[in-house]
Design a protein around this ligand. Sequence first.
Ligand code: DAH
Length: 346
Amino acid sequence: MNDLDTLVSDAEREFAAAPTPAELENAKARYLGKAGRVTELLKGLAALTPEDKKTRGAAINQTKQRVEALLQARREALAEAELQAQLKAEALDVTLPGRRRGEGGLHPVSLSIERIEAIFGSMGFAVADGPEIETDWFNFTALNTPEDHPARSMHDTFYVEGGNVLRTHTSPMQVRHAVQHVRDHADKIARGERMPEIRVIAPGRTYRVDSDATHSPMFHQCEGLWIGESVSFADLKAVLADFFATFFETTDLQLRFRPSFFPFTEPSAEVDIAFASGPLKGRWLEVGGCGQVHPNVVRNFGLDAEHYIGFAFGLGPDRLTMLRYGVNDLRLFFDGDLRFLSQFRV
Ligand code: DAH
């Protein structure tokens, strides 16, 4: 091996031993730099004869090219290694499932209320909404429940400042809606023309001092009211039978009116249903109250009680939801536990 081959193999070894681009550049300086071995060889040419210069010069130039080629190869190898290391460090597993945005859904009771609105809507009932903080007049007195009436004690309620109450039922919406309806058609009524019937439901939150597995201090009701010139108990039965059959998607269902008392209806009844099949088969389940609207209440609507008659009912959307989905503790609806709620996502 001559001195030039030795130089090339030295360079190859040193370049290979340089672990980083910076160290490779240092190694390069030792060969190709100003005082590098190749440069020194070229300087040595000055002392040679023109003849020797030619051959020696050509040989040194070739050596220089070989060193440069080795350098370039090592540079590329280091760059490639660096890229591989970086790719490895930033490895992306494209088979991992993506991060989804949390999906919400309607509360089961909201689903029921939407259902109730759709069913009664199909029977021509409007949907009304009203205040949860109610006056004593709308919540009690207008509904034939004066101050000293014992029925008030059935509603152990939350009084707020100013003598108002958190409404104990949605029944005040009967009065609010009917009064507005009568006002809207006052001209017609004054002319002795026929007033369009009042047909409305009013779902919403209600409040009572009550708390156990089947009672919550906040719960839902859905009021219904149908007033016209010849609206009868038979109509009430037809409306409710139709409603329950549609709500529970079964015609295998019995309906029962149990005589009861409410100050704002006369006669009054408790509504029970019984399924002919399924887990609740044969059990009578109370699902609401109803009755023919009391003449005193009709008068508070601003109507002639000799001329207008009809019925009202109050349903419990919470109870209906429990029956529909087989939920046995009312409190689950209000705990906000996603393990429970997410099961109703549609
Ligand atoms: N408001 C009653 C309650 O909360 C339920 C009720 C009964 C509503 C009879 C009515 C009705 O409209 O006619 O207990």
